[in-house]
Design a protein around this ligand. Structure first.
Ligand code: GDP
Length: 315
């Protein structure tokens, strides 16, 4: 990748796309092309084709996706499968048809089987059944990464994928019904602290294990693989550190200074019991995460508070 390349970042208004744009600019890549959803509907193949034909980017980074936490995914597998398949097929095949030589496709470690070996190596892909709560999303992402793999193998373009673990950070979605666990917990504990509530209700049993990565670390990993001449097809990105949902709740309760008691609603789903990705591949290539969970939480809670104060919270 060259500093003068025209780089299309799909999904720049999302948490991941926003971080990728900031990171590319900070590294001296100024020629960045973005489109809002209103300007370009990535589910519309003709619109995406016309966009690529007129803009002719050198590189595309596909961060756009319909995402959500366990609540949104388990209630909406059909929509998550449909919209994410359309976005993946249109952005990847459209890029190929327009002569884009380099493309990075972003997925998620939920593409791996529910009971994959832990930590999960890239080779666990398609080795056994998926977790049901987010199967639709996972299937769409698997289709996207496979399309990249086939185009690279059969047609000689450098299209490759990164699979990040659970992400959090700047620009996250704080919707308490459809959001991911970490931002949702920040919002629940902060709301309880401000309102003086006696309890905070969280979902499931608190026993599942999750791994969290700050989105700025992911964006650095994106730049790292984009600057490689011959990156592997599929690379995991994670912090390598796991924590129980209960442990995360205690950490956020302490970091927000919320005295409320935690109540677990076991009628809500736990999801996959454990999801720690094996990051030995990306580490062997020379990338390491820089933001540990305590520092990342402190920063994210401060950002949450200022976005509440200035009315810019995304929910
Ligand atoms: P996942 O990692 O793909 O399963 O998705 P999430 O980011 O939504 O995390 C879900 C895990 O956090 C499950 O084990 C939930 O039971 C647990 N959890 C606890 N409280 C909450 C909550 O308030 N919202 C969400 N989304 N998950 C919660």
């Amino acid at each position: 990748m060259h500093k003068t390349d025209r780089i299309f970042v799909a999904g720049h208004r999302g948490m991941v796309g926003g971080a990728v744009v900031r990171t590319l600019k900070a590294a001296g890549y100024e020629n960045i092309i973005v489109r809002t959803h209103a300007e370009l509907d990535l589910c519309d193949p003709a619109a995406v084709r016309a966009f690529y034909a007129s803009e002719k980017p050198d590189v595309a980074v596909i961060c756009a996706a319909k995402v959500g936490g366990i609540g949104a995914n388990s209630a909406g597998n059909a929509t998550f499968l449909y919209e994410n398949s359309l976005i993946a097929m249109n952005t990847v095949m459209g890029a190929y048809e327009a002569g884009v030589k380099r493309l990075l496709f972003l997925g998620s470690t939920c593409i791996y089987p529910r009971l994959a070996p832990q930590p999960i190596p890239e080779t666990a892909l398609l080795s056994s059944p998926l977790e049901k709560t987010n199967e639709g999303y996972a299937l769409a992402k698997i289709a996207g990464l496979k399309l990249c793999e086939y185009l690279r193998r059969d047609r000689g373009v450098c299209y490759h994928s990164l699979m990040p673990t659970n992400l959090y950070g700047t620009g996250d979605n704080y919707d308490v019904v459809g959001g991911h666990v970490l931002p949702t917990m920040i919002r629940k504990f902060e709301t309880a602290r401000v309102n003086g509530d006696a309890t905070v209700t969280l979902w499931g049993t608190g026993t599942p294990l999750r791994e969290f990565l700050h989105v700025d670390d992911l964006a650095a990993a994106c730049l790292f693989v984009l600057e490689m001449e011959d990156p592997p097809d599929l690379v995991n990105v994670g912090s390598g550190v796991e924590i129980t949902i209960r442990g995360l709740a205690e950490k956020i309760k302490a970091a927000t200074g919320c005295p409320a008691e935690i109540v677990w609603d076991a009628l809500k789903p736990d999801g996959t019991p454990r999801k720690l990705c094996d990051t030995s591949l990306i580490r062997s290539l020379g990338w390491v995460p820089k933001i540990d969970l305590d520092a990342g939480l402190e920063r994210t809670i401060a950002e949450y508070r200022s976005s509440i104060a200035d009315g810019t919270l995304r929910k």
